[in-house]
Design a protein around this ligand. Structure first.
Ligand SMILES: C[S@@+](CC[C@H](N)C(=O)[O-])C[C@H]1O[C@@H](n2cnc3c(N)ncnc32)[C@H](O)[C@@H]1O
Length: 635
């Protein structure tokens, strides 16, 4: 390796420099976003914007203005933040006022989410059963060597997104704060370091740990330039302080003691103090149902709200590239919490900021969406992803295909072998549609860049039947909308038991795949009845939610599920689906406080009679989406 030209004190890590001693470029991939769902927006507003933009609405075009009046919608983005930020740069370079991030800290642990299952029995106050699932993994190999480069690449993209007056606040704990501070110096410049804020969570109970208990995290605040937003914050004092009054003396241009007419010093009672860099905010306790949603690294709204109040102007744009359970997004909506002297918490609202959030976790996206829906007058937001473009990119970089060209045969073979291995199957050769075998079943794997079609499944079933093989598993990322139950029936008639399984996004997460921590869920389907109780009025009643082969569901879940509706955590209706983005018209979901789920929705009245396509979306307790379209004639 060539000599690195060292001109300043800096941290060096594997992956920072090329062989010739030059700094490695950070990948900046710009991929198109797809809008997969819009929330809290009326179809009329949406239609008006659609006509204005004259484009396909399921591709994000970024033509909206910077205010809600000018059509701005907040953005919940599901995907790897490296690709998401690269893609955001086109529209948002230099536009973000505050970046707050709470990334993995290289703890070496897996973090969980407690998904609750079924209705709680209010009569006897039984708690709902809990299904503990992995929310994300924070493992970086024995020495954690990959962590610095991983974070560095992301921070470089964040700097590009920040406004010149913008701030970044990075949440960390003792595991990586020394490393993170050096990387921040590298990317933002040590001269732009503003504060190391200590979040002291005095209420976290820890046993005898053989050293002082670690009861604080740190927030590292950097600005992009010396001119930055900062609003000092005040808080009530625990004990009122008797303070000497001081006044400005214009002659000496200094502060001096104030005196009354008799020459006595003037005192006053100070009930507030200006907040310094030690923030005494309690840890979120598991029993706190007002806020805690069961996401193990969830941060208190009091903490994140204060960051936003201090470092982002009103109406400014906040970005969180690791939103987890969505705390920063709620805080940007203006949700705030405070405590009285007895420690009792209450919620209030502060001026809203606009927000963009990104997370690659299925659970994060689901939990954050539910939390946002619970916010009174939550502003319209849209859910976006990079869909097949992200998968194509992943396939390209992981299996060696050249960008922009169809994947080479070798790369395709490697892709199939990789998925088969994760599924616990062996490759088979010489077949047209069949790629592998798992036990007595043959396996077909869908492409990364297209939905599995009905005709593709038909061909695979026919090949299986010809080979006199009785079981076929089809694995797909996305599916052509259709009647899966009918397909399963049709396959049965040819003597083939058909299982349709979803390839989960975790396949693309190195840490999940390396641990073999990937579960393939069976595609479920739902049955609903569309009722027309009166003229122009429609109601949807869920009738069944079918997970076809329940033996594939872990036993601990099967034990607690008493009825089909227990599998459902959330459901929503788009009353006029236009074959593009799902537009949420009505929604119901379970929360920690409210476990009962209505199975019939509120009535919807159309303005005029006609043919409409109603789309019903269910999110189950495993975090998977199932949608079903119903074509109705409204009279
Ligand atoms: C510490 S948690 C954030 C918790 C959050 N502050 C809250 O209050 O709920 C870190 C989050 O980063 C997400 N994450 C990790 N790597 C990511 C990546 N490359 N792209 C997007 N999200 C990522 C994880 O899924 C996890 O939800």
């Amino acid at each position: 390796m060539a000599k690195i030209n060292i001109t300043k004190t800096e941290l060096v890590w594997p992956g920072k420099y090329n062989e010739d001693g030059t700094k490695k470029e950070v990948p900046r991939v710009s991929l198109p976003f797809q809008v997969i769902e819009t929330v809290n927006e009326s179809r009329a507003t949406r239609q008006a914007q659609k006509e204005k933009s004259l484009g396909l609405f399921d591709v994000y075009e970024g033509k909206e203005g910077d205010t809600f009046e000018a059509g701005w919608r907040n953005k919940l983005i599901w995907g790897d933040n490296l690709l998401v930020m690269g893609s955001l740069l086109e529209k948002f370079a230099g536009k973000i006022d505050l970046i707050y991030i709470d990334p993995p800290f290289a703890t070496g642990d897996d973090f969980s989410f407690n998904a609750e299952v079924g209705d709680s029995d209010t009569e006897i106050r039984k708690e709902p059963s809990v299904l503990e699932v992995k929310a994300y993994r924070d493992t970086w190999g024995e020495s954690g060597d990959r962590y610095p480069n991983w974070l560095y690449q992301r921070l470089v993209l964040m700097r590009g997104l920040l406004k010149d007056t913008g701030n970044i606040c990075v949440h960390c704990d003792w595991h990586a704060n020394a490393t993170i501070r050096h990387i921040l110096n590298d990317v933002f410049g040590a001269q732009h370091f503003q504060n190391e804020i200590v979040w002291w969570y005095y209420n976290k109970m820890q046993g005898n740990v053989g050293r002082f208990a670690s009861n604080h995290d740190t927030l590292l605040w950097y600005s992009k330039t010396p001119i930055r937003t900062f609003h000092a914050q005040r808080e009530e004092r625990d004990v009122v302080k008797r303070q000497q009054k001081r006044v400005w003396d214009p002659t000496t241009k200094s502060l001096k003691q104030a005196k009354d007419a008799d020459g006595n010093l003037v005192y006053y009672d100070e009930t507030e103090r200006t907040i310094d860099d030690v923030w005494r905010i309690p840890y979120l306790m598991p029993a706190d149902k007002t806020e805690n949603v069961g996401f193990s690294t969830q941060k208190p709204i009091e903490l994140v709200g204060r960051v936003i109040d201090a470092l982002c102007p009103e109406g400014g744009l906040v970005f969180d590239a690791f939103f987890g359970s969505g705390t920063s997004l709620l805080a940007a909506e203006g949700v705030r919490a405070s405590r009285d002297v007895a420690g009792k918490k209450s919620f209030y609202r502060a001026p809203a900021r606009r927000w963009i959030g990104c997370d690659f976790g299925r659970w994060g996206v689901h939990v954050a969406r539910k939390r946002l829906l619970g916010v009174e007058e939550c502003k319209p937001f849209e859910v976006l992803n990079l869909g097949r473009y992200e998968r194509q990119y992943w396939q390209g970089v992981t299996f060696g295909a050249t960008k922009g060209k169809p994947p080479a045969e070798q790369a395709l073979y490697e892709y199939l072998a990789f998925i088969l291995k994760l599924y616990g199957a062996q490759p088979v050769i010489g077949m047209a549609q069949l790629h592998g075998r798992k036990g007595k079943a043959l396996v077909h794997i869908g492409a990364v860049d297209a939905p599995v079609t009905i005709s593709e499944i038909d061909l695979a079933v026919a090949e299986c039947a010809k080979l006199k093989q009785g079981e076929l598993h089809v694995l797909g990322w996305e599916w052509e909308m259709g009647l899966y139950d009918l397909m399963v029936e049709a396959a049965k008639k040819q003597g083939v038991k058909l299982l349709l399984l979803i390839i989960p996004r975790e396949v693309m997460e190195q840490q999940a795949a390396a641990k073999g921590d990937v579960r393939f869920f069976e595609l479920a389907y739902l049955q609903a009845e569309i009722k027309q109780p009166k003229k122009l009025t429609v109601k949807v009643a869920l009738k069944d939610f079918v997970v076809p082969n329940t033996e594939l569901i872990p036993e601990e879940v099967r034990k607690v599920v008493k009825k089909w509706s227990d599998y459902i955590d959330y459901w929503a209706v788009d009353w006029d689906f236009q074959n593009d983005t799902f537009m949420q018209g009505w929604v119901a979901y379970r929360t920690r406080k409210e476990r009962t789920l209505p199975l019939t929705c509120d009535a919807h009245t159309y303005e005029k009679a006609g043919n409409y396509r109603i789309l019903v979306k269910v999110i189950d307790i495993f975090g998977n989406d199932t949608t079903q379209a119903f074509d109705v004639e409204v009279k």
